[in-house]
Design a protein. Structure first.
Length: 521
């Protein structure tokens, strides 16, 4: 057992920004020794990653009622589609097109599943986006979905649609690696709630897709996942595999996770249309925990309409996740957004030309643009919340020394971040959460009276602030750079305002069509 000396406590005080006198240190010695003994007693109890703290974050700040949607949705109709001569011509088709072919039995669920499995195998050699193909599970599901259709039963628009899961979602009997070498052989004895809900909706899981180790970046134990638009570039992270595979037409859609940019960043780089939902909208049961008060799961798709369809299947209260909230969601479909109010932050864009191009498309749709000023608030220091919760989630990994097995051993990677976080005082963690409440109040004020807020996807303040407050964001491609890689724009909105921000983003997407351009692989 380590023996604490007076100098140790003096140095520890400096780490916390305090200076203790000799008399104060003498008083502290016995209590700090007792704390250390208590820690060791607590370490003796096995604590799996999935055990959440009893304290549960809520973005609501006491609000219990949700306004009902007053607009009548525009139905999403399945198009009339003929089977192509080459089935692989469907690789980039949207969900309604695939659903039409399946529902009309022009293409079987098994045929579509086999096509995507073959593309995954072939393209993975370039993209390094697959951890595990779930071939047996997928074929069994596909045959069952075909039998159901033959018997006249359809589970809905996702019936028979192949998808990929970020490999932090548990799948019973199939390894769930979290992208990290220490967990390379981990097999969990359950399906994550999102996996189960998509099973119930009829979707077919074809692959567990890569993530940066323990949900940071695009480097995992098998290498670096690549951007399908530029193969000498990583796909960004941490939902690296889902973004790359979806953009490359290797799955019809995927599920990613975000704590601090992990859906919007790779989606921006790979040109996906994706949704990071309001905190509490989608169950995280069975997903690797990184930050219990910031983790969110959401769809990564090729169109905003697809994101709305997938979100509708996975959102809702789950008794297995205490943070989930039962709130109404209305998919408004391809609705007219004329006279809707969209906020914008002047000067937030990379150039005046880009700002003018984005905003002119919105004014062409008839929306009213409303200037918004962001609060002057120190959001970066609040990310100590993420650091502390992540270090707690992987406490045993650090204490055991197995963090040395992680591929990335640099200052800005989890092994070092976990060690640093152990020196953050509990008092400062709680203070940061108190300040977080003030940020939530300020951001709620900014969204008052707005249907959406348009902004660059990588806006530093908004990525941090909205992940801390729990507000939803849709990101989608907005054009292309000179090297052919996608640019991106985002629409964020009030808490539980997914219906409106999806509708605005979809209207903007219909007017631009950037999502219809695909990488040439």
């Amino acid at each position: 057992m380590l023996e604490l000396e007076a100098d140790d406590l003096a140095r520890a005080g400096k780490v916390a920004g305090l200076e203790f006198t000799e008399a104060e240190i003498a008083l502290m010695r016995e209590g700090v020794d007792e704390n250390l003994r208590s820690y060791r007693r607590l370490w003796e109890i096995d604590l799996p990653n999935g055990v959440a703290p009893v304290l549960v974050f809520s973005p609501l700040l006491g609000r219990a009622e949700f306004p009902a949607e007053t607009l009548k949705p525009v139905p999403r109709l399945l198009p009339e589609v003929e089977r192509p001569e080459n089935l692989e011509d469907l690789a980039f088709a949207d969900i309604p097109t695939l659903a039409s072919l399946i529902q009309s039995k022009k293409v079987s669920c098994l045929e579509l599943t086999e096509m995507y499995i073959e593309r995954l195998k072939r393209l993975d050699e370039k993209l390094a986006c697959v951890v595990t193909l779930t071939e047996d599970r997928a074929r069994t599901q596909a045959r069952e979905r075909d039998r159901e259709l033959a018997a006249g039963r359809s589970r809905g628009i996702l019936h028979g649609i192949p998808w990929g899961a970020k490999d932090l979602l548990a799948t019973k009997g199939i390894r769930t690696t979290w992208g990290a070498k220490p967990f390379e052989g981990q097999v969990l004895d359950e399906d994550a709630s999102v996996v189960r809900r998509l099973d119930e909706a009829g979707a077919i899981l074809v692959a567990k897709l890569t993530l940066g180790a323990l949900a940071w970046g695009d480097v995992w134990f098998g290498g670096q996942t690549k951007n399908p638009w530029k193969l000498d570039q990583g796909s960004s992270g941490s939902s690296a595999g889902p973004a790359a595979a979806t953009a490359a037409g290797a799955v019809a859609f995927s599920i990613g996770s975000e704590t601090y940019g992990s859906i919007v960043s790779p989606s921006s780089r790979c040109g996906n249309s994706s949704l990071r939902p309001t905190f509490g909208r989608v169950s995280r049961h069975g997903a690797m925990a990184l930050s219990w008060s910031m983790d969110k799961l959401g769809p990564i798709c090729r169109s905003v309409g697809d994101a709305a369809n997938v979100f509708g299947a996975i959102q809702g209260r789950d008794p297995l996740d205490d943070s989930t909230i039962e709130a109404p969601f209305t998919d408004l479909g391809p609705i007219d957004v004329k006279e809707w109010k969209v906020g914008h932050v002047k000067g937030a864009w990379r150039s005046e030309e880009e700002e003018a191009r984005i905003l002119s498309t919105l004014t062409g749709l008839g929306v009213e643009l409303v200037p918004v000023e962001l609060p002057d608030f120190p959001v970066q220091p609040l990310l100590t919340i993420l650091s502390v919760e992540a270090a707690t989630a992987f406490d045993e990994l650090t204490r055991s020394g197995r963090d040395d097995l992680l591929v990335r051993q640099v200052a800005r990677a989890w092994p070092n971040e976990f060690r640093q976080a152990r020196l953050i005082p509990a008092v400062e963690y709680v203070r940061a959460n108190r300040l977080r409440r003030l940020l939530m109040i300020e951001m709620n004020r900014r969204f008052e009276g707005l249907d959406a807020l348009v902004h660059p996807t990588g806006h530093g303040f908004l990525v941090a602030a909205l992940n801390l407050t729990g507000h939803p964001t849709v990101c989608l491609p907005s054009g292309f750079r000179e090297d052919g890689t996608p640019r991106s724009v985002s629409f964020s909105g009030p808490l539980f305002g997914e219906g409106r921000i999806l509708a605005v983003a979809e209207a903007w997407q219909r007017a631009t069509g950037h999502h219809l351009v695909h990488p040439n692989l």
